[in-house]
Design a protein around this ligand. Structure first.
Ligand SMILES: Nc1ncnc2c1ncn2[C@@H]1O[C@H](COP(=O)(O)OP(=O)(O)O)[C@@H](O)[C@H]1O
Ligand SMILES: [Mg+2]
Length: 353
């Protein structure tokens, strides 16, 4: 059989909808997050009775469904006839829009105001205020810790009459960096999205398999192995990656089903980029890891000084790179703080949530 015959055979894809494995895909339901969604819905309910809503800091480690749950909530609100005319929904990702001015432009875009040219931040917020104050509003600022300033929060807190503001972050400690003036105006409540356990990860992956693949591609056994790996590495995204990767491997082998062997090959790919065993670290990284263990919770600059004093020779840049590698390998965890500019705090193991 020629190579093209193989290609033809491969045309029979295992994937029904590959996009369902994308990290941005919003599933129809977001299981294990019902309580959080109910709570958030209760925070915006007063808006419908012409009262002000509650403001919330939503926190939890990466990949625990914070964005997915909020996007889902937004979808439900948008689909509800009762709310449609009453509520302006503003979702901004502060990774992409990371200054008050950029956020003002984004809000204008969302509410359909186009004449933004030659207007400064103050002008823009005046207009935003006029338009939004005809209704009630819910503001969601995802990845709020990536924003370079938080003036917009003060402006919204002061000038928007009926609103709920949701701030989303992977770092609970971010709240301490928030200006007192803003904090006292927002009176933020807090809700945590905890890490998923093995059973929850398995449940999420099973749901995703139904969206993404034709029936019978994965058996329970393979899914369990993938869920174990994801739960070992505390990251559902690893699970999504493994589903896709092992199915691609199966297709390459012209197989109609994903086998144990395909899953194992996919797992080997992950092991290449997650170091687990300190034996695999170079000597310099081992020395740095020891310093971190003895000085957990210090800023990266301070650690570098300790390292230099102990006779370390590599440059600060290389030092930072090695610290990032240790973070990727999950030997340590990094935490950003904001006292006088961004700094990184290095902790000896994963931040416990
Ligand atoms: N409870 C869940 N049900 C279904 N998919 C989920 C769930 N939690 C997370 N996911 C999926 O995992 C990935 C990461 O979730 P995400 O909401 O982006 O995490 P976070 O915003 O907390 O970092 C996304 O693809 C998301 O769809
Ligand atoms: Mg997110």
């Amino acid at each position: 059989m020629g190579i093209y015959d193989d290609f033809l055979k491969n045309n029979e894809s295992l994937f029904k909808n590959e996009y369902a494995l994308d990290y941005n895909f919003v599933p129809k339901i977001v299981p294990y997050r019902e309580a959080q969604q109910r709570y958030l819905a209760s925070c915006i309910r007063p808006l419908l009775a012409d009262h002000s809503g509650r403001n919330v800091l939503i926190h939890g480690p990466p990949g625990v469904g914070k964005t997915a749950a909020l996007k889902h909530l937004i979808k439900e609100l948008e689909e509800s006839d009762e709310l449609y005319d009453k509520l302006e929904i503003i979702y901004v990702n502060c990774w992409h829009k990371n200054t008050t001015y950029k956020i003002a432009l984004e809000i204008c875009d969302i509410i359909g105001y186009a004449f933004v040219q030659n207007k400064n931040t103050e002008d823009l917020f005046k207009i935003i205020e006029q338009i939004i104050n005809k209704k009630a509003a819910i503001f969601i600022f995802d990845e709020i810790d990536k924003s370079e300033d938080t003036d917009f929060l003060y402006i919204l807190a002061e000038n928007i009459l009926r609103k709920s503001i949701f701030l989303v972050t992977n770092y609970k400690s971010w709240i301490h960096e928030l200006d007192d003036r803003i904090r006292s105006r927002l009176l933020l409540e807090q809700i945590e999205f905890p890490q998923y356990n093995y059973d929850e990860m398995l449940g999420i992956l099973k749901q995703r398999v139904e969206y993404a693949f034709y029936e019978g591609c994965f058996s329970e056994e393979e899914l369990k192995i993938i869920a174990s790996k994801a739960s070992e590495l505390k990251d559902i995204r690893i699970g999504l990656f493994l589903l896709k990767e092992s199915a691609l491997i199966a297709e390459e082998k012209s197989s109609r089903k994903v086998s144990l062997e395909h899953v194992q090959s996919a797992i080997r790919k992950i092991d290449q980029f997650t170091i687990k065993n300190t034996d695999e670290l170079d000597d310099e990284s081992k020395a740095i890891l020891k310093i971190i263990k003895d000085n957990s919770g210090k800023k990266i600059g301070d650690l570098y000084r300790i390292y230099e004093k102990a006779g370390g020779k590599i440059s600060y840049k290389t030092f930072q790179r090695k610290i990032s590698k240790l973070d990727e390998g999950k030997f340590i965890s990094l935490e950003r703080t904001y006292s006088g500019g961004n700094t990184t705090i290095v902790n000896k193991k994963l931040t416990e949530y």
